[in-house]
Design a protein around this ligand. Structure first.
Ligand SMILES: Cc1ncc(COP(=O)(O)O)c(C=O)c1O
Length: 448
């Protein structure tokens, strides 16, 4: 195709299409993707790019997985759709719930399906509030989450998301949602005398619960590793302490595994790194490797039992809950995850990527931090390494680095001046090394 092919498509796109996070200026140099091959995306000009973020953290199995395509086609032919409302079910949904019960945290054995992550956040908020009502504590409704947390953008999920640019246009936010500082090892400053940075960051939760009153707090929602916030890996003592605090004050711990689920960080689910079990969890994205929109929540035995004893219907519903095609694709994907040992692959490849980034960039005067867990990494650029002073937002450093990587054949995302990398788990070692080379080269081109 000619070099104008993409520009012509972008012109047509601008005339009628509204995108997530739409911005006319941001889109004018946009890409139009026409094909995918494994860990590569191909644009309308026929150029190939490393898929540096697996789409949006979801396509862990890469493009062209025939087993996922066939699972969808087979299911569409057999039964395209059936209601998932009570009184109606389908075999794939039953099998998927059974399978998740084997794979996930041992206390979580009950599953409700959604179309994606934001709906899963809403479903968990409703589940938590309903649970506390059934337990005779109807005032326990508040939701605590963290600055830099991302949990989706439905109106309730948006209130959990801890990044103010997502709220500004749509405020007022709903009451009863609050954010505590995040355990950002590079930037969190523990008060003097704290036993450790991780404990101090976790104790922010206790402070917030005490300030609000434990009788008013329903749940604490957290990603095991914050993704969209810039790949923030918590300290090893953070989540064990969080679990203690949640137990002490009767606050449900909700693990948002929408990015970390199904192997991404080197374990099947994120909190397994620290031997912690949540009360509720949520997943989406990699459960189908992005081949079909599917997400959901996982509910502990204790919560499910209280709910079942109530005998009343749970008045929460989505037309596409337990969609047979989504469930069929998810089942085929879980075969891939297990047969190809995605957790082990992500652990080994993540180590290679992280050490490659460190050798190439650790000495650069504008690289403040290089971090990651499993195949989920980030490089944070700063104006001054010694003081960690960020670049002025007006400089658009992150955006310039993104553009420079695109020119060199890689497409990922930045959060401010943090370049995130989470390529498909099937990415070859050679391609991971190439990703490092591209980012290092782009860094030198932009920052010297
Ligand atoms: C941790 C996390 N939770 C929830 C969501 C929202 O998912 P969705 O965009 O499918 O609504 C995302 C999306 O990136 C996410 O990263």
């Amino acid at each position: 195709m000619s070099n104008d092919a993409e520009a012509a498509l972008i012109d047509r796109d601008a005339a009628h299409l509204i995108h997530p996070l739409h911005s006319r200026s941001g889109h004018s140099a946009g890409k139009v993707w026409v094909a995918g091959e494994g860990a590569y995306l191909i644009d309308a000009n026929g150029d190939r790019f490393i898929d540096g973020l697996s789409g949006l953290w979801n396509n862990t199995a890469g493009n062209g997985r025939v087993e996922l395509v066939e699972a969808a086609a087979r299911q569409m032919q057999e039964l395209a759709y059936a209601s998932g409302y009570t009184g109606s079910s389908n075999p794939r949904a039953i099998e998927l719930a059974e399978r998740l019960s084997q794979l996930s945290y041992s206390n979580i054995n009950h599953f409700y399906f959604t179309s994606g992550g934001g709906e899963a956040t809403d479903s968990n908020i409703k589940m938590a509030r309903y649970y506390w009502k059934l337990r005779g504590k109807p005032e326990k409704t508040k939701v605590i989450s963290r600055v830099w947390g991302y949990h989706g953008v439905t109106i309730a999920a948006m209130c959990c998301t801890g990044m103010s640019p997502y709220w500004k246009m749509f405020e007022p936010r709903m009451p009863g949602f609050l954010h505590i500082p995040t355990p950002y090892p590079y930037r969190y400053e523990a008060p003097e005398g704290s036993p450790s940075q991780g404990i101090a960051a976790a104790d922010e939760l206790e402070k917030a619960i005490l300030a609000e009153g434990a009788d008013t707090v329903a749940m604490f929602l957290a990603e095991p590793v914050q993704g969209a916030g810039g790949v923030l890996v918590p300290q090893d003592d953070y989540f064990p302490r969080i679990r203690e605090i949640c137990d002490k004050y009767d606050v449900l711990l909700v693990s948002d595994e929408v990015i970390t689920g199904f192997g991404r960080t080197g374990t099947m689910f994120g909190l397994q790194h620290w031997g912690v079990q949540p009360d509720l969890m949520q997943y989406a994205k990699a459960i189908t490797s992005g081949y079909f929109p599917l997400g959901g929540i996982g509910v502990s035995d204790e919560i499910a039992e209280v709910m079942q004893e109530s005998g009343e219907p749970w008045m929460h519903a989505y037309t596409y809950s337990a969609h047979p095609v989504g469930c069929a694709v998810a089942l085929a994907m879980l075969d891939v995850v297990e047969k190809e040992d995605f957790p082990a692959q992500a652990a080994a490849k993540g180590e290679r990527l992280l050490s490659g980034l460190r050798s190439a960039l650790a000495d650069h005067p504008h690289v403040g931090d290089i971090r990651g867990l499993g195949l989920m990494c980030a490089v944070e650029y700063v104006k001054d390494r010694a003081t960690k002073e960020p670049f002025d937002a007006k400089d658009g450093t992150g955006t310039k680095i993104h553009s420079a990587t695109v020119e060199r054949g890689m497409f990922s995302r930045v959060r401010g001046d943090v370049y995130c990398l989470a390529p498909p788990i099937v990415t070859s070692e050679e391609t991971l090394d190439k990703a490092v080379e591209i980012l290092a080269d782009a860094t030198r081109a932009v920052l010297g």
